[in-house]
Design a protein around this ligand. Structure first.
Ligand code: NAD
Length: 479
């Protein structure tokens, strides 16, 4: 098998023992071999990005539009093939993989347009005859560190704005899903990204990621991943005064009020808690249900969960793919055991499953009789495991929803305009959904949260310019 290399200074480089990328639906299936870099590759990639920056930052918006638009076109044209690669290496279903690839294409198209639309302001000075102009300039070299669970969409929503606004990048994807990262980099390279503007270095986070954080020539770091790694990014970047942005975990509440439409609530909960195998930062892992609808909701959930098809991500009809790897599966099972020990009652799923192929299959698990103080409801599991918390009324539901260290997404199923409006206004999450799953967002609007879920400016939409540019205020006295 050929080794897929890093992209450094416009050339593919293979170095070190490659990473074996395995299919979590069928662990005997090796998706590909991917180079595992070291600190030397990071230093080279950063230096080449630095050297490419002056010319790239002076390109016209049209040149940047053309590059990003061409990348978007290829992603959309190849969404079946790349969606299949995504499902094969990460384990979400083929339909989810294709959808995510299409979204990556749309993100590139959106930011192609943003390259043209980046504006500034012109104001009269408070002093006579002086003009003040406020403009946005690129940052320089940006390090992009991404997780495995959205292996094409998250790189897209970092790379596209970074390039649109004139930055050069060093991209470090997650070890578990390098295939999509490599394919995306290959598209950027063939679409004409000049040498050094786009660099890819694959390998271990503690080596490659850390080297990016430590390198004084990296002007900014955009990170998505767990809260523990986020803290490392924050400490290191703050220590050398580099700009940084963090998108981290969630413990997202879905409130179901007595007046909710039961079918809508169940669909929101099934989708939000279990689709993509629950491996979404926006997953609804806390289901906060009012007493009057509680039993009907739990019965309907249990019935609906029995019908969910858990199998090979590439198989037609599969609704829930495997867990991503053995370590995550062990973690999911430990949370299931822990929830039982803490007094939770498992009403559906939670079993290790055998299928035709040897993969990491787990039936989605639903606990009832849980409280918001249980570990299950405090920590991010990042698997298909949800707890139901019974509450007396709306006020208690809102209080429980907000009683968390996280604040990414929050949902409420209700027919009451009063409660919907109050929840939207008083939820302490960055994204609020009424009668919709907590997961599943648009690509043209900001994405991000509060508290332990996010730090720094929002990603996506036109708000992405806040992170990927720096503001200049220019004063001019015409003589
Ligand atoms: P992770 O923190 O283990 O890894 C994320 C990235 O950081 C990987 O590329 C990893 O190699 C790298 N890394 C690890 N150690 C590093 C270090 N010392 N220095 C620099 N980089 C390092 O997270 P993961 O397991 O890949 O992803 C799952 C997590 O991501 C979950 O917590 C999930 O909620 C979160 N996530 C958040 C969002 C969001 O937008 N809020 C989206 C998707 C996933």
């Amino acid at each position: 098998m050929d080794v897929h290399g890093h992209l450094i200074a416009g050339r593919w480089v293979t170095a070190g023992d490659p990473i074996e990328n395995r299919n979590p639906s069928d662990i005997d299936d090796v998706v590909g071999l991917y180079a595992r870099g070291g600190t030397g590759q990071v230093a080279e990639a950063v230096a080449t990005a630095r050297a490419a920056f002056p010319a790239w930052s002076r390109t016209t918006p049209q040149q940047r539009f053309d590059l990003l638009d061409a990348v978007g076109t290829e992603l959309l044209a190849r969404k079946q093939e790349l969606g299949r690669l995504l499902a094969r290496e990460e384990g979400k279903t083929l339909a989810e993989g294709i959808g995510e690839t299409a979204r990556a294409g749309q993100i590139f198209k959106f930011f192609a347009g943003e390259a043209l639309r980046l504006g500034g302001e012109s104001l009269p000075s408070v002093r006579p005859n002086i003009q003040v102009r406020i403009s946005r300039e690129p940052l320089g070299v940006v390090g992009l560190i991404t997780p495995w669970n959205f292996p094409i969409a998250i790189p897209a929503w970092k790379i596209a704005p970074a390039l649109a606004f004139g930055n050069c990048i060093v991209f470090k994807p997650a070890e578990l899903a390098p295939g999509c990262a490599w394919a995306l980099t290959d598209i950027l390279h063939r679409a004409g990204a000049p040498a050094g503007v786009v660099n890819l270095v694959m390998g271990k986070g503690s080596v490659i990621g850390q080297a990016l954080l430590d390198n004084p020539e990296v002007d900014a770091v955009s990170f998505t991943g767990s809260i523990d790694t986020g803290r490392v990014v924050a400490r290191t970047c703050a220590g050398r005064l580099a700009k940084f942005q963090l998108e981290m975990g969630g413990k997202n509440p879905l409130v179901v009020l007595d007046d909710a439409d039961l079918d809508t609530a169940v669909e929101c909960a099934i989708n939000g808690a279990f689709y993509s195998t629950g491996q979404r930062c926006t997953a609804s892992s806390r289901l906060i249900v009012q007493a009057g609808i509680h039993d009907a909701f739990v019965d309907a959930m249990a019935a609906r969960m029995k019908a969910l098809v858990v199998d090979d991500a590439l198989k037609e009809g599969t609704q829930i793919g495997p867990v991503v790897d053995q370590a995550q599966l062990d973690k999911d099972l430990a949370y299931i055991d822990g929830a039982r020990a803490d007094g939770g009652e498992l009403v559906a799923g939670g079993e290790r499953l055998n299928r035709d192929k040897n993969g990491y299959y787990l039936s989605p698990a639903l606990f009832v009789s849980t409280t918001n103080s249980m570990r299950l409801n405090r920590e991010e599991v990042f698997g298909p495991v949800a707890g139901v918390i019974k509450v007396a009324d709306y006020d208690e539901a809102l209080g429980v929803a907000n009683d968390t260290a996280f604040g990414l997404s929050a949902g409420c199923c209700t027919r009451s305009h009063k409660h919907a409006a109050h929840f939207q206004a008083n939820s302490q999450a960055g994204m609020v959904m009424i009668n919709l799953p907590t997961a599943g967002v648009d690509y043209h609007v900001p994405f991000g949260g509060r508290k332990g879920s996010s730090y720094g400016p929002r990603e996506q939409g036109r708000y992405a310019a806040e992170f990927y540019t720096t503001v200049k205020t220019a004063y001019d006295l015409p003589l």
